[in-house]
Write a protein that binds this ligand. Structure first.
Ligand SMILES: Nc1nc2c(ncn2[C@@H]2O[C@H](COP(=O)(O)OP(=O)(O)OP(=O)(O)O)[C@@H](O)[C@H]2O)c(=O)[nH]1
Length: 387
């Protein structure tokens, strides 16, 4: 009788323990499912990375979460141009080939437990307090595309004794989400970015000018528009070859992106012609900016395939509008008028000798004089070799 009673007590205790374990597992599963849904709902790579690198750490009470992504063509890095990864800086790293990933996952399977010092220095650089970890291979179409490192200061948090099916599942979900975000954003990017120069393309410019005109009229702010046409560019192609011509276009794209504000809009409008929108910028400021750009382009040194330096110049046409100068109800017609004026200004700059900035007012605006910007720098020949 006594033994039966004891057995009953033991059974009740086991049952209580089991019930608690079931409840805990249920809670864990629910929290995994919640995360999974959130992973799938991320609409861009930056949002996804914040979820993985910041929220995972809090949510799963981890000491460190690091991510390594295979990015041989800079596709992810291009998309993350204005993204600031969370601290520490090595929480997000990119690798250009699979070598390092293969050394972490020779059998493409999850690694759990204590890491050897060399592996630890790869997975958690300069993080001495990681005592156990789970390294998850991110695999798509049978290829390693990255590696997610979950680190804990609890030596028993990750060990070989547990079943990590769900973590494996989560790794598959993360791999799919990363690939989806990169592909989707890249597709969108391809439709609006000029791949050679990495500035916007003409299609994006044509959409943006309508948006900016609408904003300018709504907020009663000026909008300036610049056309930049490279001088004698055909000579660059003819003298140095098309590839050097492309190199010049890329350098100009970079120069323009680096020397304008984030709110300005730079596009490649045609072969060797760039168009720029400067929101909330009046004509005087626009002329000043244009002349600085002209000057920077004229002093930029490029090297041809023999490593011989040469320079190039640009003619810049400027126009601007204010809401008071809108003559058309139709924004498309207004945009057309602005582009026509900028184009005429470039033409004038070419006529007057190139490497200069010219302004053309919209037909209904009072003409403005900018004698200070009549700045042809005659010391620079259009394509000056060994200058
Ligand atoms: N390398 C390269 N050249 C291009 C590209 N697109 C257009 N071009 C070249 O740009 C040159 C433009 O020549 P033109 O329109 O005669 O103008 P230009 O030689 O710059 O002379 P001006 O504008 O009158 O100063 C042509 O030779 C085109 O082939 C491109 O994507 N890459």
């Amino acid at each position: 009788m006594e033994s039966l009673k004891q057995e009953n007590t033991d059974l009740k205790r086991s049952l209580r323990l089991l019930t608690t374990k079931v409840e805990q597992n249920e809670q864990l599963l629910r929290s995994f499912f919640d995360m999974e849904i959130r992973l799938f709902s991320c609409s861009n790579l930056a949002e996804l990375l914040d979820l993985i690198l910041v929220e995972f750490k809090d949510h799963f009470q981890l000491s460190a979460v690091n991510l390594m992504l295979l990015d041989p063509e800079n596709a992810a890095r291009d998309l993350l141009e204005s993204y600031t990864p969370p601290q520490p800086e090595h929480s997000l790293r990119f690798v250009d080939n699979q070598q390092l990933l293969k050394s972490l996952f020779p059998t493409q399977t999850l690694r759990v437990g204590e890491l050897s010092p060399p592996l630890k220095s790869i997975a958690f650089p300069r993080t001495p307090y990681i005592l156990s970890s789970a390294l998850l291979p991110l695999i798509r179409h049978n290829c390693l595309i990255g590696s997610l490192h979950l680190g804990s200061n609890d030596p028993d948090r990750y060990s070989d004794h547990f079943d990590y099916d769900y973590i494996n599942h989560l790794a598959s979900v993360i791999a799919v989400c990363i690939e989806n975000c990169i592909n989707q954003q890249n597709m969108k990017r391809l439709s609006i970015i000029d791949m050679l120069t990495k500035v916007y393309n003409r299609r994006a410019f044509d959409q943006e000018i309508i948006k900016e005109l609408s904003r300018a009229s709504r907020h009663d702010r000026p909008l300036s528009c610049l056309f930049i046409d490279l001088d004698y560019f055909k000579l660059v192609n003819d003298n140095f070859g098309h590839q050097i011509g492309d190199k010049v276009l890329r350098a100009i794209g970079l120069l323009l992106r680096q020397n304008l504000r984030k709110t300005d809009f730079v596009a490649r409008y045609g072969g060797e012609e760039f168009a720029i929108l400067l929101p909330n910028c009046d004509s005087h400021k626009a002329m000043q900016i244009s002349d600085q750009l002209r000057n920077k382009i004229a002093h930029m040194v490029i090297h041809n395939s023999d490593n011989t330096p040469f320079r190039i110049s640009a003619s810049i046409g400027v126009t601007h509008c204010t809401s008071a100068s809108f003559t058309f109800d139709d924004l498309n017609a207004q945009a057309h008028a602005l582009l026509k004026a900028a184009d005429e200004a470039v033409y004038q700059a070419k006529e007057k000798g190139r490497n200069r900035v010219e302004y053309r007012a919209l037909p209904n605006m009072k003409p403005e004089l900018f004698s200070a910007f009549d700045t042809r720098d005659t010391s620079l020949s259009p394509v000056s070799i060994n200058d």
